[in-house]
Design a protein around this ligand. Structure first.
Ligand code: T5A
Length: 229
């Protein structure tokens, strides 16, 4: 006997959020999680670098300018080491139990930060990706596109409001790079989206936060045939 379509619980999906600094990824991941939970789905919200205990330790090292690896190859190997554990401990078990996994950055960030903008050979990155990620590729990637000047200003403002009086929070390893690097990131993400239009959907991140959240929800609910609320 087959169930009628309105009684089927949609299979868990792997959705990633990508973009440059301060484009609003963390903000929009949280909005989508609320919408999916309201639709009765179980959501695992996670991030990269990080997500698992081991990967969070590596995150602290990678994002600390005083100890972070400087070459794009050493950076990519560090991100993939963290990613391998994150996939094993968090992402694959969640998908195996039909949860929706929302991840704030994933492998496209390595392709663009260390590859397109950092100069690391894409074939080497492809080999790493096959080894570590394999079949666990995102079903959908939400790319938040924004002028880097606006994104960096937002990231700066957030850092200032997060700082306790008298404290000074430094830009991390990548935020502190020159504007031209951030423009290469934007171009790299857009080129990647052009090469994989079925997986990567581009959204204008300059829009009002809630308008953007609505747009993303409409896209996700149509794509995975969820009842839009
Ligand atoms: N990296 C990561 C690599 O180089 N290779 C890799 O493989 C991976 C995985 C991670 C760093 O590591 C690099 C990329 C990064 O440099 P991170 O701390 O996780 O560092 O930093 P980001 O992922 O860049 O996240 P940010 O915290 O900088 O920005 P978000 O998450 O894009 O933005 P968000 O949501 O925190 O918003 C920033 C500010 O803007 C406001 C928010 O309230 C907040 O104050 N805001 C808006 N303002 C106006 N309009 C809107 N629509 C807004 N949306 C949010």
């Amino acid at each position: 006997m087959t169930e009628s379509s309105d009684t089927v619980t949609p299979r868990g999906q792997f959705i990633t959020f990508e973009g440059g600094e301060g484009t609003g990824k963390s903000t929009q991941v949280a909005h989508l999680a609320v919408r999916l939970r309201a639709a009765g789905l179980t959501v695992t919200l996670t991030r990269e670098p990080g997500g698992s205990a081991f990967a969070e330790r590596l995150r602290a090292i990678i994002l600390d300018q005083t100890v972070a690896p400087t070459s794009p190859l050493a950076q990519a190997l560090s991100f993939y080491a963290a990613r391998a554990d994150h996939l094993d401990v968090i992402i694959r078990p969640a998908l195996a139990t039909n949860q929706w996994v929302l991840c704030d950055r994933f492998a496209d960030s390595t392709r663009v930060y260390q590859g397109a903008a950092g100069g690391l050979d894409q074939a080497a990155l492809g080999a790493l990706d096959t080894l570590v990620v394999g079949d666990t590729q995102p079903a959908l990637t939400i790319l938040l596109d924004l002028d880097p000047k606006v994104g960096l200003a937002r990231a700066d403002r957030r850092r200032q409001t997060a700082a306790t009086p008298g404290a000074f929070l430094r830009a991390d390893t990548f935020e502190g790079r020159h504007l031209e690097f951030h423009q290469r990131l934007r171009d790299g993400f857009l080129a990647l989206a052009k090469s994989e239009p079925h997986r990567i959907a581009i959204f204008d991140a300059f829009q009002n936060e809630l308008v953007l959240a609505d747009q993303i929800w409409r896209h996700v609910s149509a794509r995975f045939r969820l009842a839009a609320s």
